[in-house]
Design a binder for this molecule. Sequence first.
Ligand code: SF4
Length: 345
Amino acid sequence: EESQASLTDSDLLQVANGLQHEPSSESSSTKDDESNPTKKRRTTPLHLYRWGYLCVTDICSQSWCEQQMVYGYAPPGDVEVVESAQMKKGATMHRERELEVHDIVPIKVSSAEDSWAVKLLNMIAQVTMLQRGQKCVREIHVFGEPFDMGVFIVGVIDELRYSDQGQFELLDFKTRGTKSVPSKSQQRKESLQVCLYKRLFDDMVLGKLKKESILKHLRRNPDKPLGEEIVEYGKNVGIACTTFGELLDMALLLMAHSDVPCIDGLKIEYRCQDDEDSFMTKPVEYDDKMLRRELGHYFDFWKGDREVEGVQIEEAWKCGKCPYADLCDWRKKKEAEIKSKLLHK
Ligand code: SF4
């Protein structure tokens, strides 16, 4: 059985937190911003709330309620958001499922480049396993700049597998408290998520993802020497690299020249948290136009080209279970608009 390099969540968090604090001196807006494009760029939501790039989960949260997502990064007041038992159970089920197909080998990381090197090593290992005939791999890192729209996104695909008919499929795994069909909004969010995964993965195997784009958006140093444990792990799996740039070259080359195809089909599997029964698997049709349109709208916010938006009136039911409802500016604005319309009727 092959083991697979993987960071623990807390390792990732430490590296991520370090990065978030690093550029903080450049994050606040100053008078010089107008004359300094770099500083101006760093005052956009993409740099204020994230690290200059997004995760697929950001896009999912954004499609649910953009205002709620922003409050998640910058709470409007003293709001305590606790992880529900349902969320914890979902995370545990995800992790158990991952461990069914590979082991976790914790690797010490000492820089952001190391953290990315682990992702690349994971990716190389998984593509190699698929090439050697393994039918299924889980927790596959993907990243890229979809549609060349200037925003870099990273994500992790739950599962890639060859079906009995030889189709190369992506399976996203969802857990639910009850054996019920998700709401239309939930389904829209999930469809967007898997379509985005496909786009990112396909761009990688088609050789569209460029080294320059990765280095530019992640602001990583290609000459940074890799940590000892990473170099050692790489050697064990036949990869002799000493710098981040070398490993990146190798990973991109391998992806683009492997015989792993683009993803043929997208599916979402739902499991009930009570009995862990897989009660529904739903196919999703890839929709390139929808994906481009939706991302374009979301990216406009991240680039600072439009203000944040909350939910529209038809989806006001979401506010009922939102922890920020009492303090939400968008909600107050909408309520005031409705009152004013009623008064002027
Ligand atoms: Fe979004 Fe409604 Fe929550 Fe405001 S109250 S953040 S509009 S869900």
